[in-house]
Structure formats: C-alpha cells, structure tokens
Write a protein that binds this ligand. Sequence first.
Ligand code: ATP
Ligand code: MG
Length: 209
Amino acid sequence: KQSDQKSTLRKRLGIMGGTFDPIHYGHLVAAETARYKFDLERVIFIPSGAPPHKTKRRISLPEFRYQMVSRAIADNDFFEVSRIEIERTGLTYTVDTLRLLKEKYPNYELYFITGADAFREIFTWRSPDEIIELTQFIGASRPGFDALDFLSQLQQQSPRFYQRMHFMEVPALAISSTDIRLRVKAGQSIRYLLPEPVRLFIQKNGIYK
Ligand code: ATP
Ligand code: MG
C-alpha cells in the first residue's frame, strides 16, 4: 500500500484501547507485534472509561483495570498506560479520545491497534469519518474473527478506510477477558493466560469472584 511522504516521515504512536477487564496475553502480543511491524515509537494502553457498547455487564472499577494494565506492561520500555479515558465522566467515545491525543501529540501519526473483531466494527462507532482522519488502524488476527471479507468489502466501498486500515497476523491466542472472568468465577486456573503480576492482583483483590 502507498502511504504519503508526510506519514512515513512522522513519528508513529500506537494506541491500544480496550476494557482490559482483565488485560491478557492476547492484548500484549497484538501491541508488541504492531510495535515492531509498524515501527511504532511506543504504544499507549488506554483502559476505557464507560464504553458505550458495554453497558450490559458490570465492568470492574476503572482503577482496578488501570492497575492491572500498569502491572502487565511494567517490564516493557515501549509500553505506557494512560488515564485519559478513566478520568473522563459519562460515556467515553474513541473519537473524543483521539481528538485529545492528536492535540497532545501533534507531531505523531496515530495507529489505533485492535483485534479483528473490533476492527470490523468501526462503522458502528461514533463518527467513523472523523476517526479515520485522526488515526490509522492496525487490526490483529484473532481466532474466531475473520477480517478478510471485511477488508475486501472495504476495498470496494470505502477506499479511504481501506487505505488507512491495515491487517496484521499475530500468533493466534484464543484468550479473552470474558473467558478469564468466567474461569475465576468457577474457581478454575487462569495461570499462563495473563502476566503473573496481574493474576496475583486479581487474587489479592478478589476481582471476578
Ligand atoms: P471481553 O471478552 O471482555 O470483550 P477482550 O478479551 O475482547 O474482552 P477487550 O478489552 O474487549 O478484550 O479488547 C481490547 C482490544 O484487544 C480489542 O481491539 C480486541 O479485539 C483486542 N483483543 C483482545 N483479545 C485479543 C486476542 N486474543 N487476539 C487479538 N486481539 C485481541
Ligand atoms: Mg472484547
């Protein structure tokens, strides 16, 4: 794919958004693969505040989710965590976050990292046309979610989105936060699905019981 000169010369910042309830190796592998494949200077993890599409189930305290991300990324110098969404009140929309990030990092080209499932949902988000001008997308392969049909549709119907949405293969990890929460609730082991400091934090605070 062709990218214009300006974007190849600018520094690249990765954004990894998610509920992270809890963060697991699927998120970390996607972020790390995006970082080196797309030459991102660093990746900022942004735990969501009150995500509009997740109003049905009760989400863990923002502070817990922030602390879990913080522990999970502590050993990677290229990873950071941001409080930008958890400190905002009301429903948090990605478009608002991206506007703020664009102001804060005017010299960076933004790359929003998602899994194939979230990647396919872009048109259900608020203001997709504005979003796609604020950031490019990197969609990681995720077991159970095919992105190729979506991409070929995009190529035919939305050239601008196709130009700015990139698909990336990552080592397949059939791990989800939902599955981890269910395991904790059922008293099953979650070892090796997420970093050990995160598992210990969950245990110590009795999260997902
Ligand atoms: P939940 O089951 O609660 O929805 P989740 O595991 O999907 O949790 P999210 O916080 O919803 O985690 O995901 C944040 C981002 O990480 C999304 O873009 C999602 O597609 C991506 N992602 C999550 N798990 C994986 C995985 N195993 N492989 C690739 N991408 C993933
Ligand atoms: Mg999810």
